[in-house]
Design a protein around this ligand. Structure first.
Ligand SMILES: *[C@@H]1O[C@H](CO)[C@@H](O)[C@H](O)[C@H]1NC(C)=O
Ligand SMILES: *[C@@H]1O[C@H](CO)[C@@H](O)[C@H](O)[C@H]1NC(C)=O
Length: 358
């Protein structure tokens, strides 16, 4: 294995995909893209970065949930025999696919690749009253195509789970498109703004995270025959995913199986459980959902909330010294942090376990 390939493999592992071989069957990238191993590597590296961006957003969105987007969740949703087809898995697929599309699209706008760039097809044309198209519109077409090629090709199965993953990958890509906003710049005599040029720009990735999180809350369960589910992922041969799986709900996340409660550890399912997790109480600026996290993670899982006092050190009493330094002191203060612990004298967590994962 040469060095470049080794580097790529490491990136994939970092992105949560444990490939031990780089077999041709792992990818079905259309020929038009593959002009050589070098071109291929160029995209693959950014794809891995994009998938990681999605993963980090997933961790942010689920920081105060029982399921908090563990690194290995990808394998459990795609590669593991026990792979889940849960609501959480639907979010993971969508956000990673969105991350790849987003990163590649941004790469294009930055001129990182030779064969893509801004979308200037409408430049110079009138867009509406008082504005014309101009500047660098993010070109989502290319990012969408690369995301589809790389992420969808991970689904080699022919089963319902594969269809579900493909559907959610697509919903993720649609979320990126939906985030595009018109951004304008004023022109005219001394900034009178009598005429503006405008372009379409992708929102911050956080917006896609928020948007998909609300899709997650409203995700649709697809009822399937148990046999269909168990059909496994050994399907062989070529199979072209249809774009017609649930066309009426193309932007929605879909899942097949109810989630476990994620309270207690189950290694074979890749679930850590909530024992030892930190939760938020009386935290300033926390949302209601966050402030309820101790109940959700600890007490509703039969665990106790433990308060621990820790010392936090921060800069304070800063002075500006002519010229030009800032001198600060160090201030120490005690902060309370909260953790889920097992009640004393109990072997296993007990208590009523309420609700599902959410
Ligand atoms: C694509 O963009 C990411 C940052 O968004 C950057 O780290 C990466 O190097 C870029 N890819 C290329 C090929 O320049
Ligand atoms: C983990 O989950 C599997 C599948 O639901 C179940 O068969 C097994 O008993 C569980 N293991 C533990 C330790 O709870």
């Amino acid at each position: 294995m040469d060095r470049a390939m080794g580097h790529l493999l490491m990136l994939w592992v970092a992105a949560g995909m444990c490939y031990t071989t780089f077999g041709a069957s792992a990818w079905s990238v259309s020929n038009f893209l593959v002009t050589g191993p070098k071109a291929y590597l160029t995209y693959a590296t950014s794809v891995a970065l994009g998938a990681q961006t999605g993963m980090e957003e997933c961790k942010f969105q689920f920081a105060w949930e029982r399921w908090n987007c563990p690194e290995h969740a990808v394998q459990f949703s795609t590669h593991n025999r026990l792979r889940g087809a849960t609501r959480e898995s639907s979010f993971l697929h969508a956000i990673r696919s969105a991350g790849v599309m987003y990163t590649i699209t941004k790469n294009c706008s930055m001129g990182d690749f030779e064969n893509c760039g801004c979308d200037g097809s409408k430049n110079g044309k009138t867009g509406g009253h008082g504005w014309i198209w101009g500047g660098c519109s993010d070109n989502v077409e290319f990012g969408e195509r690369i995301s589809r090629l790389f992420m969808d090709s991970l689904e080699k199965g022919k089963d319902a789970r594969a269809l579900m993953n493909l559907h959610n990958n697509r919903a993720g890509r649609l979320a990126v498109r939906a985030s595009m906003k018109r951004t304008c710049k004023c022109h005219g005599i001394s900034g009178s703004c009598s005429i503006q040029t405008c372009w379409l720009k992708l929102a911050d990735f956080r917006e896609m995270g928020d948007y998909l999180k609300s899709k997650y809350d409203r995700a649709l369960k697809i009822e399937l025959d148990k046999r269909q589910l168990r059909a496994g992922n050994r399907a062989e041969g070529r199979w072209a995913p249809t774009e017609t799986f649930l066309p009426s709900a193309e932007a929605e996340l879909v899942f097949l199986e109810d989630s476990p409660d994620y309270c207690s550890r189950n290694a074979s399912l890749g679930i850590y459980g909530t024992e030892g997790r930190e939760c938020l109480q009386n935290a300033r600026g926390a949302s209601r959902w966050e402030r309820r996290s101790c109940g959700r993670l600890c007490t509703e899982c039969g665990l106790q909330v433990e308060e621990r006092k820790t010392e936090a050190v921060s800069s304070c009493n800063c002075n500006f010294k002519w010229c030009c330094t800032v001198k600060c002191g160090q201030c120490r203060r005690i902060v309370n942090r909260y953790y889920c612990i097992r009640p004393a004298g109990s072997g296993r967590p007990r208590g009523k376990v309420k609700g599902g994962a959410r």
